[in-house]
Design a protein around this ligand. Structure first.
Ligand SMILES: [Ca+2]
Length: 142
């Protein structure tokens, strides 16, 4: 499968720029009483500027209309990052840095709010396609 078979690609909460190396430490500060299994740790390939991510690149194919969607619940996962270059660093959706789904020159839709159960802007709510994401997808596919 290639770009010729894909018209629109909407990446929701996808860590295109990766995650910080201390994501576990950030979570453990809050959830310190929970056991974190080894497989819940980010692999080295998903750490910012890993060889893998750099090789993948931070640009979408010109054959595909790419849209990134990130969540911002104000939860600090590492240092706030400014991947879209607007000068404004953002926090995270509770797991993935807000602007990590951004690819150069492509739209990034940020859902701001709170984590479940007070809101639906957290990582799991985004990838479960909450109402904001559902409407965004329909707007771009219709
Ligand atoms: Ca930014």
């Amino acid at each position: 499968m290639g770009g010729e078979q894909i018209d629109d690609l909407i990446a929701v909460g996808t860590p295109c720029h990766g995650v910080p190396p201390n994501v576990n430490a950030s979570l453990l500060n809050i959830l310190g009483y929970l056991y974190f299994p080894w497989w819940a740790s980010p692999v080295q390939d998903m750490i910012y500027n890993s060889k893998f991510l750099d090789a993948m690149g931070y640009q979408a194919s010109h054959l595909v209309d790419y849209y990134g969607v990130g969540g911002d619940i104000g939860f600090m996962v590492g240092t706030p990052m400014d991947f879209n270059g607007d000068g404004v660093p953002a926090t995270s959706d509770g797991l993935v840095p807000t602007e990590s789904p951004y690819l150069e020159g492509r739209p990034l839709y940020v859902v701001q709010g709170k984590a479940w159960p007070k809101g639906d802007a957290d990582h799991v709510s985004l990838i479960a396609i909450n109402d904001h994401v559902h409407r965004y997808i329909l707007d771009h596919l219709c």
